[in-house]
Design a protein around this ligand. Structure first.
Ligand code: ATP
Length: 873
């Protein structure tokens, strides 16, 4: 069979039973059933059973099971059963946590999967890329990711980067050609392939292959997309856990040796030492981090910030510079045309005159040299462009049909056929199209005033065409300055006649027509968010393709630009040396007329100062800057697929304020993780201290193996997870950003968990000593109960740095539930006689129970008092 690229368009269309109108929805659905989703298959995920079994892979758990079985064979069947049940429950909990984390990660991934524009039932619609089927007619344009293989039907200056397939990094100019002989993949100019990026132009393609039937599907081995890379924090914690595990195992080995020397039966000593290891090694650290992060990112997704990888959550907490685009992010992107400058006069849309030929040409330029449309009054495409259509509709007389001039924009577009075009891009800041008007080939162009004015050699006024003199040019520039100073975005319009073919190289020699200014009001939320960011020690920088004066006016209104700040243009930035930039970077709050390359330099300059930088971007050329930034932020609505692919966070609402909310969430998540770890480490330490104490003073062991396992089950995961769910502190944005260089396990943190662990241990040891006055069994029961209860109380201390009186329970019911559940379990063990044997506890007197309660709550009272004193300061 011939390869697709060797066939003619007609042959492929016939083979795929498709037409230029695309498929019907019914046909597309039946093809979806037949071909399956358009996605690369992933390696098989672990089944629930496999996840469950993998919970037992831990060496300590295996030793424990063996020891328990041996001790059962020696007659202690009851405690063996309890050990096994507790271990199974532990594994069930671990499995649930694992599956929950996986699910949240998967839902995050699906939130950021690309979309495709296809024709269905003759209508252009946007669908998730997974639903594209062979035979679909798909539109692609600059910034899109090609999501399926296809034959090009129609194209305008299409350039594609196919490096993911061919390894070739330069862009390929595609063409509508036919081949009669085989050529390598990179030379098949009439095809586009899944996985490549559209870097310029646009095209209509006929989808020929999807999913594993694409070229990338054929060469790529099965994707391993489900594996999330470990985040820096997880790496640090895993490293810490394994070191800690070694220390704990050494301690346990010593205790084991001491018990043997003291004549304990071998199996009992082994069982105890291993149970202590299992209880004390914080094996849950890394998975707690994943779960807290994954749950946090779900909360963030609800608030419109879609996080693509968990590592971003960690960096978010220490972001101290946010470089934000202006249009649409800080402003509303709701453009309306204000003043119009044409024929040396200023008009509004309502005062333009259709019978004036100059005005008509300006309107032609605005409507024809424009890719947007208005459907039921709603704009589709670029807001800068559909504002021009809205303006056109307001011009008096536009709806009168008998006059050929006063056509609606659609009639005008239907009457005249576009011959050629060079699309807008943020590097050139121009857009040009060619039409035949009254038999004359006419090129219309529009773009940034400074760029276009330099390409105009004449100007058209009411009385005809005049040369562009320096005085005339100055007048236009003054007008531009006047519009810009009030925060308006200004577009210049020009045209030329002649048959010369249109390309980037021929966008010269124009006749100037006029200026149209557009208002794009700032978002109210941006103003508040910038103030909040300032309080949070975060610097906001505006980066825009717009004019410097416009940008500064808007930046001032939003609060980004203050007296003494600097605004520079991309050109001025290019002229700066590294040293100059280094010196001025802190003062510059507005960058105007920037090119995507400028953005990289800005990010690097801030990073050199040790700052964690977030950078927004939407265009195809923004990808490198987004990758370079610590947090690349793409726009969910207006952003290109390429920018979304490169970013680590996507704003579903394109709103600057969402970044600040995400930073607050990032800080909260980091704090919660730290607090959960504080809880785990201090609790585990208290158990170790108690055991070491008993060993040193040659006292009987303070806990039984089952009790340690019970403590591990009931007081570890649930309260730690509850701490992880704590909502953000109200003052989270009043603090300075976290120092990125400060490690997690810093001195204050180690001191804190050691001190809190020691406090709890003192209470437990007291209880133990009290019990010893009766007998070792009572001592054991008292030590176990005090430790369990004290750790449950301690859960409240670790929620936040504020006292519980300030926090209350309403903010985090989970912490109360985890506490109550733990207390219920403990009460069952202590007060249901049939369970006494199973957990090796003995009945206690009222006085002993009161002592347990008192000693368990004492550390919490001391810690809370400390907090209250600190709050008073
Ligand atoms: P940002 O979103 O980064 O703030 P921006 O949207 O303000 O950038 P661009 O879209 O790159 O910047 O636009 C830069 C300039 O190009 C604008 O000031 C305007 O003069 C001109 N321009 C914008 N859109 C068009 C368009 N569709 N056709 C022609 N010129 C345009």
């Amino acid at each position: 069979m011939k390869d697709v690229y060797l066939k003619t368009k007609g042959e492929i269309e016939k083979a795929l039973d498709s037409s230029p109108q695309g498929l019907t929805t019914t046909e597309a659905n039946s093809r979806f059933q037949k071909f399956g989703p358009n996605a690369l298959e992933e390696t098989k995920k672990q089944t629930t059973l496999q996840v469950f079994l993998s919970q037992f892979k831990d060496l300590m758990v295996i030793i424990l099971i063996i020891a328990a079985l041996i001790s059962a064979s020696m007659g202690d069947a009851e405690s063996t059963i309890v050990i096994l049940v507790v271990l199974i429950l532990n594994a069930v909990l671990g499995t649930i946590q694992h599956i929950k984390a996986e699910k949240s990660l998967a839902s995050l991934r699906s939130l950021s999967s690309p979309s495709a524009k296809v024709l269905r039932d003759g209508q252009l619609i946007e669908i998730p890329s997974t639903q594209v089927v062979p035979g679909d007619i798909m539109n692609i344009e600059a910034g899109d990711m090609v999501v399926a293989d296809g034959r090009i039907l129609d194209l305008y200056s299409l350039q594609v980067n196919e490096s993911s397939l061919t390894g070739e990094s330069t862009n390929v100019d595609k063409a509508d050609v036919e081949f009669d002989h085989e050529v390598p993949l990179g030379d098949r100019l009439n095809m586009v392939y899944s996985g490549s990026l559209v870097t310029y132009g646009r095209a209509t393609i006929l989808v020929t292959g999807t999913g594993m039937e694409t070229e990338i599907g054929k060469i790529a081995s099965l994707m391993n997309a489900t594996k999330e890379k470990r985040t820096p924090l997880q790496v640090t914690l895993d490293d810490f856990s394994s070191k800690l595990a070694i220390v704990i195992m050494i301690i346990c080995a010593i205790i084991f040796g001491m018990q043997i020397v003291r004549g304990q039966p071998l199996m009992d000593a082994l069982l105890f030492a291993v149970a202590l290891a299992v209880a004390a090694i914080p094996e849950a650290l890394s998975s707690i981090v994943t779960i807290v992060q994954a749950m946090g990112t779900q909360r963030m997704a609800k608030e419109n910030a879609i996080i693509k990888n968990l590592a971003a959550v960690e960096s978010l907490g220490s972001v101290s510079v946010i470089c934000s685009d202006k249009t649409g992010t800080l402003t509303q992107n709701k453009m309306t045309v204000e003043d119009i400058y044409v024929g040396d006069e200023t008009y509004t849309s309502k005062t333009l005159d259709l019978h004036n030929q100059l005005h008509r040409y300006l309107l032609y330029d605005a409507v024809l040299n424009n890719d947007s449309s208005l459907v039921d009054g709603k704009g589709i495409g670029d807001p800068t462009e559909y504002a021009l259509l809205e303006m056109y509709r307001k011009v008096p007389g536009i709806q009168v049909d008998e006059d050929t001039i006063s056509l609606t924009e659609n009639q005008l577009r239907d009457a005249l056929e576009r011959m050629e075009e060079v699309p807008f891009d943020s590097d050139r800041k121009l857009m040009s199209t060619q039409y035949k008007i009254h038999g004359i080939t006419t090129t219309f162009t529009k773009g940034a005033v400074d760029v276009l004015l330099d390409r105009c050699q004449s100007i058209r006024l009411d009385d005809g065409i005049h040369p562009m003199t320096p005085a005339r040019k100055q007048k236009i520039l003054d007008k531009n300055q006047e519009f810009s100073a009030s925060g308006l975005r200004v577009l210049a319009f020009a045209y030329k006649e002649g048959d010369e073919s249109l390309s980037k190289d021929t966008e010269y020699g124009f006749t100037f027509l006029g200026l149209i200014s557009e208002m794009d009001p700032p978002r109210q939320e941006s103003i508040d968010a910038v103030t909040q960011a300032k309080k949070a020690g975060i610097r906001t920088i505006m980066i825009t393709g717009d004019h410097k004066v416009t940008a500064t006016a808007i930046a001032r209104r939003i609060g980004i630009f203050e007296d003494g700040d600097l605004a520079v243009t991309g050109l001025e930035l290019d002229a700066m040396s590294e040293a100059e930039l280094d010196q001025n970077i802190e003062k510059i709050s507005v960058y105007a007329r920037v090119s995507p390359e400028n953005k990289i330099r800005i990010v690097e300059a801030w990073q050199k100062k040790g700052r964690i930088v977030s950078m927004t971007g939407d265009g195809v050329n923004d990808a490198p800057a987004l990758k370079k930034a610590d947090i690349g932020v793409a726009m969910g609505i207006t952003g290109t697929e390429v920018s979304k692919d490169a970013a680590s966070m996507i704003l579903a609402d394109d709103n600057f304020a969402t970044i600040i909310k995400a930073v607050a969430n990032g800080r909260t998540i980091y704090e919660n993780i730290k607090n959960a770890i504080l809880y785990l480490l201090s609790g585990n330490l208290s158990a170790i201290i108690t055991v070491v104490y008993a060993s040193i003073f040659a006292l009987p062991v303070p806990f039984k193996a089952v009790q340690l396992l019970f403590i591990n089950l009931v007081t570890d995961s649930l309260p730690a997870l509850a701490i992880g769910m704590e909502p953000g502190a109200k003052d989270i944005l009043d603090r300075k950003p976290r120092d990125p260089k400060a490690g997690f396990m810093d001195q204050p943190f180690i001191q804190k968990f050691s001190l809190q662990g020691a406090l709890i241990a003192i209470g437990v040891i007291f209880a133990y000593q009290m019990g010893l006055q009766t007998n070792p069994n009572v001592a054991c029961t008292m030590a176990f109960s005090t430790l369990t209860l004290a750790r449950l109380f301690h859960g409240f201390n670790c929620r936040n740095e504020h006292s519980i009186f300030r926090l209350g329970f309403k903010r985090n019911w989970y912490s109360l539930y985890a506490f109550l559940l733990g207390v219920c379990f403990l009460s069952l063990i202590l007060f249901v006689p049939s369970l006494h044997n199973l957990f090796s506890v003995t009945p206690l007197t009222m006085q002993q129970i009161v002592s347990i309660g008192g000693l368990a709550i004492l550390p919490t009272i001391i810690i809370q008092l400390g907090k209250i004193i600190r709050e008073q300061k």
